[in-house]
Design a protein around this ligand. Sequence first.
Ligand SMILES: Nc1ncnc2c1ncn2[C@@H]1O[C@H](COP(=O)(O)OP(=O)(O)O)[C@@H](O)[C@H]1O
Ligand SMILES: O=C(O)C1=C[C@@H](OP(=O)(O)O)[C@@H](O)[C@H](O)C1
Ligand SMILES: [Mg+2]
Length: 209
Amino acid sequence: MTLLMQDEMGEAATSLAPAERERKLAAALAGRSIVLVGMMGAGKSAVGKRLAMRLGLDFRDADTEIEEAAQKSIPEIFASDGEAFFRDKERRVIARLLACDRPIVLATGGGAYMNEETRALIAERGISIWLKAELDVLMRRVRRKPTRPLLQTADPEATLRKLIELRYPTYAHADVTVLSRDVAHDSVLEEVVGALEAHLLKAKPDATP
Ligand SMILES: Nc1ncnc2c1ncn2[C@@H]1O[C@H](COP(=O)(O)OP(=O)(O)O)[C@@H](O)[C@H]1O
Ligand SMILES: O=C(O)C1=C[C@@H](OP(=O)(O)O)[C@@H](O)[C@H](O)C1
Ligand SMILES: [Mg+2]
């Protein structure tokens, strides 16, 4: 009851105690999953895991699921079966994960949202969040590990720049965009939670003229 009165007074959701915030947010999902999209190094896997813990939802990483199903690492899949095979697995794994009854937090691989069928499914079954990051931030993060076959080129920065040009207009279709800045993971997490609240709990526009 108190909650209702607070809402009627237009008080911001951020003034609620954390447990109550999370409960409200999870309820507002109404069964939809939260799907993180964006470039390699944006923090989809790292922030997604934390977001799931925060909201009490299961976390799934499409890349991990593909690796488990294939019993091979992503670089091995690209090397032995090729990118087209990987993309087909990726599309099918995401469809399977989004078909489950309970909502999940799903970290996709950077190329997944480029598939039209996958985008349509995400729009139907989930709330999409584009974790957007500047080129230099992405570069600093992806430089640490040689686990991304698409970046095993003579000039990974130029490759990343080209992928950004190609993909950002499509990522922009996501429901919510959050800047994944060069700050602590938990700060990005807070911004994701805030952006989700703004998207899901925002007041309905007044219909009267
Ligand atoms: N906000 C952040 N601050 C610092 N490092 C981050 C942040 N988000 C992600 N990272 C780091 O960047 C690297 C890539 O993150 P990851 O979650 O694997 O990205 P993605 O799944 O989008 O490719 C990881 O080492 C991760 O810990
Ligand atoms: O951007 C891409 O096409 C890819 C991103 C990777 O996932 P992350 O975005 O989690 O690094 C992984 O799916 C694969 O290496 C291809
Ligand atoms: Mg990832």
